[in-house]
Design a protein around this ligand. Structure first.
Ligand SMILES: O=C(O)[C@H](O)[C@@H](O)[C@H](O)[C@H](O)COP(=O)(O)O
Length: 277
């Protein structure tokens, strides 16, 4: 008997006149996701990306409605560098968000790529040229953190994030899922994969897989600036080209939203919705 799966919902695109103008709506959107999650299960699980994204979360800083103590943070992807390195997505989020006045996510709720296993010496990794074993261990250990947070692998096939916040590169990558033959991090893979030779430096990364992204309750992409014009047009209007960001299509009732500025979305034909929550 064949089982039919409901098709993914079409993406909802909000375009704002400037990057600044999307900051408060994005915060409102995140707060709504937070409320729904906390009302349902008393916590809010969110995955953050690097790049320009962390700074776009500034609308949350100082907002009394944010229940920081109930946030459980993972990284959609992370660069394999020391946690205090300027290239670290954790470091980026720490500077832009966690260190800001009033932001009080408990440290144990922030899931860095540093393994909990006391036998694994994260700081001893040769970060300029980590071994494949190290990368594999980091991916496996990160998966263990997901399992610990989302239940046991026996009882749940995939973690269901309340919200995953993503950026997009000009080549259509998202997380550390790049176009090309190496985008072998396919639906069949586990929850976390490692990447070597990433086309965007630094070369070594770990990333959530499509499988995890496509089980999320909500995905929000944030993309601004004229550099994203062509890629947004391709991803939103020609998803059949299969760029990594187009492959992020959580099954019903999952939903993808785009928070973009007019400079990035000027060529997009996909319907733009009026922002109202
Ligand atoms: O760690 C990373 O490199 C990212 O998570 C990556 O996927 C990023 O989100 C995009 O490259 C967009 O970056 P910008 O927002 O800086 O353009």
């Amino acid at each position: 008997m064949s089982v039919s799966h409901p098709a993914p919902n079409p993406s909802i695109v909000y375009s704002f006149p400037t990057p600044d103008a999307l900051v408060d709506p994005l915060a409102t959107f995140i707060l709504k996701a937070q409320k729904e999650a906390i009302d349902k299960k008393g916590k809010f699980t969110v995955a953050l990306s690097g790049g320009s994204l962390p700074k776009m979360l500034r609308g949350l800083i100082g907002n009394k409605a944010v229940k920081w103590d109930l946030w459980h943070v993972f990284y959609a992807d992370e660069r394999v560098v020391p946690l205090d390195h300027p290239d670290s997505n954790h470091n980026l989020c720490k500077t832009a968000l966690y260190d800001q006045e009033g932001v009080s996510i408990p440290e144990k709720h922030i899931n860095t790529i540093k393994p909990d296993d006391p036998d694994f010496d994260f700081d001893a990794i040769d970060f300029t040229s980590p071994s494949e074993d190290d990368l594999e261990t980091l991916a496996d250990e990160y998966e263990s953190k997901l399992i610990a947070s989302f239940a046991s692998k026996d009882s749940v096939r995939f973690p269901v994030f309340d919200l995953i916040l993503l950026g997009i590169g000009e080549d259509g990558h998202t997380c550390s899922l790049f176009p090309g033959p190496d985008s072998a991090i396919s639906e069949g893979a586990g929850w976390v994969a490692y990447v070597q030779n990433s086309p965007k430096p630094p070369p070594n990364r770990i990333t959530l897989t499509y499988a995890v992204l496509n089980h999320a309750a909500r995905i929000a992409f944030v993309a601004t600036g004229p550099g994203k014009v062509d890629v947004l047009r391709t991803v939103l209007d020609k998803p059949e080209e299969g760029l990594p960001a187009s492959r992020v299509r959580p099954a019903f009732p999952g939903q993808v939203w785009w928070f973009v500025d007019d400079a990035a979305s000027v060529k997009v034909k996909h319907e733009k919705a009026e922002f109202r929550l």
